[in-house]
Write a protein that binds this ligand. Structure first.
Ligand SMILES: C[S@@+](CC[C@H](N)C(=O)[O-])C[C@H]1O[C@@H](n2cnc3c(N)ncnc32)[C@H](O)[C@@H]1O
Length: 342
């Protein structure tokens, strides 16, 4: 965002809007935490007193909270009764198949407090999440079944739109098998397998993800078609398949480990096979995709060495690993993919 200018006089509007953007973010995150959108989907439109009663809100802030969400475009209000917008009904009702709130629940419970220490992260270069207290990120998340479920649901929410775009944009008809490396509960393989019935597919992740992967595949009617491969991608070889996918995985790691993972993928692919890396890639000039750049700061908060990267970076790493061709393609929103051909 840049300050807007009237004549030669710059106005502070954009600065103030960005400086206080966290007010609006937190109002939305609290609404998701409280289950406001789910309650409206279940029980229909209600006035402020009715909503306050069923969500357990104190009368003092309830009306301002709900009207702020109207002003932010997250609720509709007609004759004093609040209702979901078409988008919040689709994406923020826990009962909807399109529910994306898992990601926002995670942002509310973890990232919001951790980003409060951004300045410390910038001064020290050290993570500001569970890792700060001596635990490794995935170990800390996976030690608690409820956190693991929340994290996996957040990953499914994050990968849904790019997975749908990838199902349409990649020439899957030329290949017979694929495995998603670092698949979490398998949101992406489920989308690809549903659209391309000729593919044998699967996911590879740490053993703790197996029950969630199998439950997700069964819920999508894909129990027989998607196989879970349990392993540690640093210690074990990657499964062999015509296409390997790595989504939001490389950005978790430092350069040495990024190169190791790309090299292992190259080794596991047959000649003619493809590695698809998808991330919120930073634009090559590092000036347009603010979400990709902020995601990289999120990796500063979340990991000891992770960082996001440009398509040009990824293409260079793939060439270094021996891929004969590599090119970037847009997916949706802030996500793009880089396809490397062996
Ligand atoms: C940020 S998530 C990405 C999930 C999914 N690909 C997506 O885009 O939504 C990273 C994934 O890497 C997995 N992971 C982390 N370390 C791993 C390891 N050593 N071996 C295998 N998987 C690992 C995590 O369990 C997690 O599911």
């Amino acid at each position: 965002m840049t300050a807007t200018a009237t004549g030669d006089q710059a106005t502070p509007d954009a600065i103030m809007q960005l400086g206080f953007a966290f007010w609006g973010s937190k109002a939305l995150l609290s609404a998701v935490e409280l289950g406001l959108f789910t309650e409206l989907a279940r029980g229909g439109p209600r006035d402020a007193a009715g909503l306050a009663a069923c969500l357990g809100l104190h009368a003092r802030g309830a009306r301002d909270f709900l009207d702020a969400l109207v002003a932010l475009g997250m609720l509709e209000r007609e004759a004093g009764r609040y209702a979901n917008t078409p988008a919040t009904a689709l994406y923020l009702d826990r009962g909807s198949p399109g529910y994306l709130g898992g990601m926002l629940e995670m942002a509310n419970a973890r990232l919001y407090p951790f980003w409060g220490s951004l300045t410390e992260a910038l001064r020290t270069g050290a993570p500001q999440n569970e890792v700060k207290h001596g635990r490794d990120l995935f170990g800390a998340l996976y030690g608690d079944p409820e956190r693991l479920r929340g994290f996996a649901a957040a990953m499914t929410a994050l990968s849904l739109a790019p997975a749908r775009a990838m199902a349409a944009a990649f020439p899957w008809e030329r290949h017979r098998s694929f495995v998603d490396i670092g698949c979490a509960e398998g949101g992406l393989p489920a989308q690809i397998a549903r659209v391309h019935p000729h593919l044998a597919g699967g996911g590879f992740d740490l053993p703790a993800l197996r029950p969630l992967f199998e439950a997700h595949a069964a819920a999508q009617g894909l129990a027989g078609r998607l196989a879970f491969h349990a392993g540690d991608f640093f210690a074990d070889p990657l499964p062999r398949a015509d296409v390997l996918v790595m989504g939001h995985v490389l950005h978790d790691w430092d350069l040495e480990r990024k190169l190791l993972l790309i090299g292992k993928a190259h080794a596991a692919l047959p000649p003619g096979g493809a590695l698809i890396v998808y991330e919120t890639l930073i634009d090559d000039n590092r000036r347009a995709n603010a979400f990709g750049l902020l995601m990289s700061l999120n990796m500063l908060i979340e990991t000891p060495g992770g960082f996001d990267f440009t398509a040009a970076d990824c293409i260079g790493w793939m060439r270094q690993a021996g891929f004969r061709e590599a090119a970037a393609h847009p997916l949706t929103g802030a996500d793009s993919m880089v396809i490397g051909l062996k």
